[in-house]
Unconditional design. Structure first.
Length: 171
C-alpha cells in the first residue's frame, strides 16, 4: 500500500481529535468553555467522521496560499452570553487568515443540523474558498433562489453528500 504524502512531502496522518481540537480551539476565537456544546460536538463529529478522509482532515490544518505560504484558519465561535468582545488579532498569527464564523444561534438547532453547518463551512475551506481571488467565490450582492446553484455552493454540496451530511435543503 502506497503511503499518501502531502504537498510538503510528509506522510499524511489524520490528526487525533486532541490535536485537531487544539488547532481549532487554541486561537482564542472559539469559546470552548462550555457555552457552545453543539458546535464543539459538530467539530468533533467532522474530525472523527470516517467518510471524511485523513487527507481532508489534515488539509484543514495545512492551508496555504498560491505561493505555498502557510495560512492560519480561525474558527470564530463566540460565547452566546457575551454582548461584545475585543480581541487582539496579532495573538493568532502574523500570517494571512481564513475565518469561519459559527453563529451562537447554532446552539438552538438540532445536532445533525449543526454538524451539517460546520461540515459545510469546512468544505468551503477545503475547496479553497477562503482565497479572495478564488473564481467560484464571486457572489453577487444579494441572495436569491439560485444561491445554491452558485459554483461554490454546488461544489460544497457534492462534498457534503460524499461525507454523508446531505439531507436536502441548504445548510
Ligand atoms: Zn455555502
Amino acid at each position: 500500500m502506497r503511503k499518501k504524502v502531502s504537498s510538503f512531502g510528509y506522510p499524511i496522518e489524520r490528526p487525533s481529535w486532541a490535536s485537531f481540537a487544539d488547532y481549532i480551539f487554541d486561537s482564542g476565537w472559539f469559546d470552548d468553555s462550555g457555552n457552545r456544546p453543539k458546535t464543539v460536538a459538530a467539530i468533533r463529529h467532522f474530525c472523527l467522521n470516517p467518510k471524511v478522509t485523513d487527507e481532508e482532515v489534515n488539509a484543514l490544518t495545512e492551508l496555504e496560499d498560491e505561493n505555498h505560504d502557510r495560512i492560519s484558519l480561525v474558527v470564530f465561535a463566540p460565547d452566546p452570553n457575551q454582548r461584545g468582545e475585543t480581541m487582539p488579532l496579532v495573538r493568532v498569527s502574523k500570517r494571512p487568515l481564513g475565518i469561519i464564523y459559527l453563529s451562537p444561534e447554532l446552539e438552538r438547532y438540532a445536532q445533525s443540523s449543526v454538524n451539517r453547518t460546520v461540515a459545510h463551512e469546512f468544505a468551503h475551506v477545503l475547496l479553497g474558498h477562503y482565497k479572495p481571488e478564488h473564481p467560484d467565490k464571486k457572489v453577487p450582492g444579494f441572495k436569491g433562489e439560485w444561491y445554491r446553484d452558485l459554483p461554490a455552493e454546488k461544489a460544497v454540496h457534492e462534498l457534503l453528500a460524499k461525507w454523508g451530511y446531505e439531507k436536502g435543503g441548504h445548510r
